[in-house]
Design a protein around this ligand. Structure first.
Ligand code: FES
Length: 182
């Protein structure tokens, strides 16, 4: 009997040992799987564009060409999250960065102030910090800003106007080539 018991015990011990080893092995593979998934996830994330479409720093779809053509000349549309104004001028559009070229304050659009351009009777940008005034082209009319508001390039992709807020363009004045025609 003792022999049988001790034989049984040793079998039990062996089975316990095997199941413990299996358990540890499974645990190890599970841990390796988690690490592998994290590495693959990191690789996939590194292949994605750093800026998601639609946020400041990336490309923003603002309107279809048909919608853009329907906007009256003089219309200024604010995209606060994306930090720019879409300004409708005679032949097309400018995307004006809202950051003042003096010391960087946010420049608000004032639709009821007198216009500084010939596009509409009212509306201009007034910088609240030191009184800089800009027209719909982003050109300085008074105050200390040393140059016009910067612009972002606008392209037409799949019949939509797309503003690239990752690419700031400084200018010394207005030129027709800055306008994206629609
Ligand atoms: S920051 Fe705009 S005028 Fe000074």
């Amino acid at each position: 009997m003792e022999d049988n018991n001790s034989h049984g015990n040793s079998e039990n011990d062996r089975e316990e040992g095997i199941s413990r080893r299996r358990f540890i092995s499974r645990l190890w593979w599970a841990a390796a799987g988690v690490v592998g998934i994290e590495i693959i996830g990191g690789l996939v994330a590194s292949l994605q564009p750093r800026v998601s479409a639609g946020s400041f720093g990336g490309k923003i779809k603002v309107a279809t060409v048909a919608e853009a053509r329907a906007m009256p000349v003089g219309t200024v549309t604010y995209f606060p999250e994306q930090r720019f104004y879409l300004s409708r001028v005679e032949s097309g559009f400018l995307a004006l960065y809202r950051k003042c070229t003096h010391v960087g304050c946010v420049v608000p659009w004032q639709p009821d102030d007198p216009s500084e351009d010939g596009l509409a009777p009212k509306g201009r940008f007034n910088c609240p910090c030191h009184g800089g005034i800009f027209d719909r082209y982003g050109i300085v009319h008074s105050g200390p800003p040393p140059r016009p508001l910067d612009i972002f390039p606008i392209s037409i992709e799949d019949a939509e106007l797309v503003v690239d807020t990752g690419n700031t363009i400084e200018r010394t004045g207005f030129e027709q080539s800055q306008v994206t025609e629609v």
